[in-house]
Design a protein around this ligand. Structure first.
Ligand SMILES: C[S@@+](CC[C@H](N)C(=O)[O-])C[C@H]1O[C@@H](n2cnc3c(N)ncnc32)[C@H](O)[C@@H]1O
Length: 213
């Protein structure tokens, strides 16, 4: 299966460089895609950065012959510019790229998505780091790395379609079992599991796969 290529991906000092977490996310999408039913998909990637994962998702869906539309969203203007360039370089035309905070975008919409992808700022940092407006927004996650993640979790019951699937990148410090429990407490129809885990230097990365029962 062809996914995104680094040589066709745009990133710079202001845009998160595709890294081990990005590649794990794409591997998890590839793994799950073998079970995806044949129907159209409405997808969103929150925090698209360079656009590498968005591009990979669109290419996987294309190769499976699944009609889809993708929204690639990021708070950063530089990330949005990079994602547009990355999608164009790969010939992906099924995506709209939007600059917005997910908190604002998801509050405004009533749309539900079949595939939701988020590699969030998950690194435990002092909470003050969350005020930064530079590349630190890519990783600064505040206490236990959970501040942005927990904000996002509160939108999941609203945005995940009945047969929708959420792919969320986390590290061990985020307490993955606690995230799955929090989601179940928010909406008892949500249920998740660890789809893939990989060690990358000091990080124990996982991709959580959440669906409705
Ligand atoms: C860890 S990076 C992931 C980038 C890319 N998806 C990847 O996997 O390589 C997190 C991304 O989330 C974006 N981001 C952080 N806070 C956000 C928010 N509140 N709303 C939308 N995007 C946000 C950052 O700008 C950054 O591009």
């Amino acid at each position: 299966m062809r996914t995104a290529s680094i040589s066709l991906t745009t990133y710079n000092r202001e845009v998160y460089e595709p890294s081990d977490d990005t590649f794990l996310l794409v591997d998890a999408l590839l793994k799950a895609s073998s079970q995806w039913p044949k129907r159209p998909y409405l997808c969103i990637e929150i925090g698209c950065g360079s656009g590498f994962a968005s591009c990979a998702l669109a290419l996987i869906l294309c190769q499976l012959g699944l009609p889809h539309h993708l929204i690639a969203l990021d708070i950063s203007k530089d990330a949005v510019t990079a994602t547009r360039a990355t999608l164009k370089a790969h010939g992906v035309i099924s995506a709209d790229v939007v600059q917005d905070r997910f908190q604002d975008f998801l509050s405004r919409t009533e749309q539900q998505y079949d595939i939701v992808v988020f590699n969030p700022p998950y690194v435990p940092t002092p909470d003050e780091e969350l005020q930064r407006t530079d590349i630190a927004r890519s990783w600064a996650g505040g206490w236990k790395g959970r501040i942005v993640i927990d904000q996002f979790l509160s939108y999941v019951p609203k945005i995940l379609a009945q047969e929708g699937q959420l792919f969320l990148v986390v590290v061990s410090e985020n307490d993955p079992p606690g995230i799955l429990k929090a989601l179940e407490e928010l909406d008892s129809s949500l249920s998740g599991q660890v789809l893939m885990t990989r060690r990358a230097d000091e990080e124990l990365l996982s991709v959580l796969h959440i669906q409705r029962r």
